[in-house]
Design a protein around this ligand. Sequence first.
Ligand SMILES: O=P(O)(O)OP(=O)(O)OP(=O)(O)OC[C@H]1O[C@@H](n2cnc3c(O)ncnc32)[C@H](O)[C@@H]1O
Ligand SMILES: [Mg+2]
Length: 172
Amino acid sequence: MKIIIGSKNPAKVHAVKTAFTGENLIFESLNVPSEVSEQPFSDEETIQGAINRANHAINLGNGDIGIGLEGGVHQTKHGLFLCNWGALVTVGMAPIVAGGARILLPEEIAKRLLNGEELGPVMDDYAKKKNVRKNEGAIGIFTNGLVNREEMFNHVSKMLVGQYQYKMNKGE
Ligand SMILES: O=P(O)(O)OP(=O)(O)OP(=O)(O)OC[C@H]1O[C@@H](n2cnc3c(O)ncnc32)[C@H](O)[C@@H]1O
Ligand SMILES: [Mg+2]
């Protein structure tokens, strides 16, 4: 079975690879467009980005399964939350969707995003590190390393794969 991942970000790629169980799995990772903003600003937009990535991945990579993972933020009356979504697509099935852990972003980060900056560079600047988005992620920084970006996306990926297996077993 050929699984195409719609990103080359190592935190996402490792998260997907370790979520699958079974034999004869071939993984490929491709950079594909999300067709939403570079910094998605709602659950809705972030879910759409994940689905678009999954659709592009399966088509471009000629795979059996396409997976898209997308990071974004979501405004609430309690402040701006980090949000993360994943989608799994396969021929003849509606997209399967799963959401990840969410945490409130500090006011100074929220302000910068509302001013049009992107979380990736803002996190590097804030943490005085390089490529936070490819490593522990914002979630890793703000949880003191207890939950990193790969682990969070691994949880999302397991929920995608598990739902897919459940539907296949039921013959849906
Ligand atoms: O190469 P791709 O797959 O695009 O991976 P990415 O790190 O850019 O991830 P997303 O496009 O899904 O995330 C959308 C934006 O939010 C940023 N972002 C999301 N989650 C983040 C996190 O945990 N840490 C740092 N930046 C994050 C990211 O850098 C983008 O600017
Ligand atoms: Mg990106």
